[in-house]
Design a protein around this ligand. Structure first.
Ligand code: BGC
Length: 383
């Protein structure tokens, strides 16, 4: 079954390649930017990874609306975390002659042949949020400061543990430790996961070195901590296993570094099911997060999840559109980082956006007073 599927997908990819070659007669560049064309004559191809994470739905909606408001046509596809589906969707976009591609990949290294086809058809490619790796055919990258996400997650963890004060300096009354923590990472095929991890570990390392923090399971490599495809259930299961294997003799777990809100909620489920909590005040370990999903903002308001990182996807969508427009006009998009994002073949010029740490003390101001969520959404935990 598995082999057959691969074979069929292979056949589709070949057909797609032939399609491209056939278009080649009219010039391989039936797609790509036409600097004289009005937006209404141009289609932007938008490839999104999945709808299971709230943020990607918001990203997609923001991108689509932003582009349509400017008069562009949009071909947006979600791949539900299936790599062959995403490859096929992008093949189709290239064949249909889109003017530019915005790609949020599932596996950043899996799209090389699609990117080659885009280049052959003169279609520029912007990597959206996640870096496209192992290919020279990536023109630009818009993202958040991913290393700082990790730094913020580590600082939020240490704030929750009482090691840092509200200025994120060493707290006067900090516990001496050792405090037991466990570490979770995202999907290894997502370049961001490595940057989140690095930012967090660099920040926690001095506390591991002086013995204030201890990873009781000794699972301190990203490979051990990784969560394939960022799946909530996988994180929940790993947390359950960690508890039964390493915390079955009265050992106390103080905190968990969790890289994204759905994983945080899986981890919290495991902790609560094991009798910890239900709230931080009642003994639930400190759990971090990312994405400021509505269900997690409610948990923060309720004193269950300790923190999250807010990345305003409205701004990311806007930045992607600015970059796309400038590429379509034949200009170079404005970059604010031309060093960090080496994709294995080249350093991709990037535009990085800032992130914000959200805690019980500031969620109201950052998430509600700003108009991002309503009081009612926070109260119900639903959009
Ligand atoms: C994104 C995060 C997201 C994660 C899982 C990462 O690439 O930057 O915002 O939580 O993927 O979807």
């Amino acid at each position: 079954m598995y082999n057959r599927r691969i074979f069929m997908l292979g056949a589709t990819a070949t057909a797609a390649a032939l399609g491209l070659a056939a278009c080649g007669g009219e010039g391989a560049g039936s797609g790509g930017p036409d600097t004289d064309a009005a937006p209404s004559e141009q289609t932007v191809g938008v490839a999104m990874p999945t709808q299971t994470y709230e943020r990607w739905v918001a990203d997609g909606n923001n991108i689509k609306k932003g582009l349509e408001d400017k008069g562009f046509k949009v071909d947006m596809q979600y791949a539900e975390d299936d790599i062959p589906t995403q490859q096929q969707q992008i093949d189709q976009m290239v064949n249909s002659g889109v003017s530019v591609l915005l790609i949020a990949s599932i596996d950043g290294a899996s799209l090389s042949s699609q990117l080659d086809a885009a280049a052959a058809a003169n279609i520029p490619v912007i990597a959206y949020d996640r870096l496209l790796t192992d290919s020279e055919n990536v023109d630009f990258y818009v993202t958040f400061d991913n290393y700082k996400v990790g730094v913020n997650q580590a600082n939020a963890l240490m704030f929750g543990l009482g090691l840092l004060d509200e200025k994120f300096e060493a707290a006067d009354d900090a516990p001496k430790g050792p405090l037991n923590v466990e570490l979770f990472a995202g999907s290894l095929d997502d370049n961001n996961a490595h940057l989140f991890w690095k930012g967090a570990i660099d920040t926690l390392q001095p506390y591991f070195d002086d013995g204030t923090l201890v990873v009781l399971s000794k699972q301190t490599d990203i490979e051990q901590a990784a969560t394939q495809r960022w799946e909530q259930e996988t994180a929940q299961k790993r947390m359950e296993n960690l508890l039964t294997t390493h915390y079955n003799g009265g050992e106390e777990l103080a905190g968990v570094l969790a890289p994204a809100d759905p994983l945080s909620r899986g981890i919290i489920n495991a902790l609560q099911n094991a009798g910890l909590g239900p709230t931080i005040k009642e003994g639930l370990p400190i759990v971090t997060g990312q994405d400021a999903e509505i269900a997690s903002i409610k948990l923060i308001a309720d004193g269950v999840q300790s923190s999250t990182i807010f990345k305003d996807t409205r701004n990311l969508a806007e930045q992607a559109i600015v970059a796309a427009e400038s590429i379509l006009k034949g200009d170079n998009p404005e970059a604010n980082d031309t060093e960090t994002y080496d994709n294995g073949v080249k350093v991709v010029p990037s535009y990085l956006l800032e992130v914000q740490m959200v805690l019980e003390s500031n969620y109201q101001q950052i998430m509600v007073d700003s108009g991002y969520y309503t009081e009612k959404q926070v109260e119900t935990g639903q959009l």
